[in-house]
Design a protein around this ligand. Structure first.
Ligand code: UT7
Length: 334
């Protein structure tokens, strides 16, 4: 492949959008629900509040559609020109019908095919690689990648170790052939399934189909062994981010922004410290949204979009259930 061909096939993010519901679940409100307090939550996680999709009739598709519509109107995009709608989520509307198909139809993406992608908190990161690869192959011209999760639908609000962490939200990005030399540069992805029960919804799948017992045991809610997940996340997020920086000759001065999954401020701080990054280079909004799973990365991109300049060097990193984790390097194209 000659250099000119490579340039043409480079993929880039060309638009972003997001949506978070209006209802705020603050630490103070949680104090009335479980045995916890604002001081503990803020010092252990960095979270002050999270957004909740309170309307019982609205599901993850609603978050996804709102986020995509935000992108579509900002970009003035004709939805019928979208080739593919990818939805990263662990909270699909229903188990079997791909939520992405409903989202695509609702958006008027009448010429697109659509499917869901599940890699827990790494879903959006992996989804960027998939979207980018479809563009780079020359097969499609417009891939809409959405990360959305209605975490409140799987959280047990009597379990103080999980209900303080998660929130609802959605974000979207458009991948297209790069208009310049900037875009997707590199990725380093890993997974390890040996500890899969450390972060899980145990029942409702083929291993533990729904029974009265699984319902009684609360196995349909999300549970985690927080300490194990924390330990892995701290060491592995830093490891992959360091690897991707080294192999792309990036250093703390030349890197513009670290875009880390928002699971716990202490995990992000530890990662940034290991990479020797100044605070202003580390994007964070966990304070306001908590952990929105597949939505954390696109929510960050949308919140910081106006700060980015063409050519800025961004390193993404995420860690989630599976375990799944990784880092990616992207240069901002607009
Ligand atoms: O996106 C990827 C998925 N998730 C993550 O990355 C999360 C990773 N894990 C974490 O963020 C942290 O482990 C948690 C925030 C979940 C917990 O923080 P921790 O510092 O690991 O707390 P801990 O589990 O070690 O618990 C310390 C103490 C315990 O009390 P004792 O045994 O020392 O008396 C807990 O019972 O804090 C207690 N505790 C709480 N206290 C007040 C646990 N949850 C709460 C709470 N409020 N909400």
């Amino acid at each position: 492949m000659d250099l000119e061909e490579k340039r043409v096939l480079k993929s880039a993010i060309t638009a972003v959008g997001s949506y978070t519901p209006d209802t705020i679940l603050s630490n103070h409100k949680l104090e009335q629900m479980v045995d916890t307090n604002d001081e503990w939550i803020q010092s252990r996680t960095g979270i002050k509040e999270r957004r909740i999709l309170a309307d019982k009739d609205k599901a993850t598709s609603y978050l996804a559609i709102q986020a995509a519509q935000d992108l579509i109107s900002k970009k003035n995009l004709d939805p019928s020109t979208i080739d593919l709608v990818l939805l990263a989520t662990i909270t699909p509307d229903v188990h079997v019908a791909a939520t992405a198909a409903y989202v695509a139809s609702s958006l008027g993406a009448t010429n697109a095919f659509a499917y869901d992608l599940n890699a827990a908190c790494s879903g959006f990161l992996y989804g960027m690689s998939v979207a980018s690869a479809y563009i780079s192959s020359g097969r499609y011209k417009k891939v809409l990648l959405i990360g959305a999760d209605k975490m409140s639908s799987i959280v047990d609000y009597t379990d103080r170790t999980t209900c303080i962490i998660f929130g609802d939200g959605g974000g979207a990005v458009l991948f297209e052939p790069s208009p310049n030399q900037y875009g997707w540069e590199d990725e380093y992805f890993r997974s390890d399934g040996t500890d899969r029960m450390s972060l899980r919804i145990k029942a409702g799948g083929s291993l533990y189909p729904t029974t009265q017992e699984t319902l009684d045991q609360g196995w349909h809610n999300i549970h985690q062994d927080g300490k194990t997940v924390f330990k892995y996340a701290v060491s592995e997020m830093a490891h992959v981010a360091e690897e991707i920086m080294n192999r792309n000759q990036l250093n703390p001065d030349t890197l513009d922004y670290l875009v880390p999954h928002q699971a716990n401020k202490r995990i992000i701080d530890a990662t940034a410290k290991r990479l020797n990054l100044k605070e202003e280079k580390v994007l964070m909004n966990i304070e306001y949204y908590g952990n929105t799973t597949a939505a954390t990365l696109p929510l960050l991109l949308n919140d910081y979009e106006t700060k980015f300049k063409k050519g800025d060097k961004l390193v993404f990193t995420a860690f989630g259930g599976g375990f799944t984790w990784g880092a990616a390097y992207l240069t901002w194209a607009y």
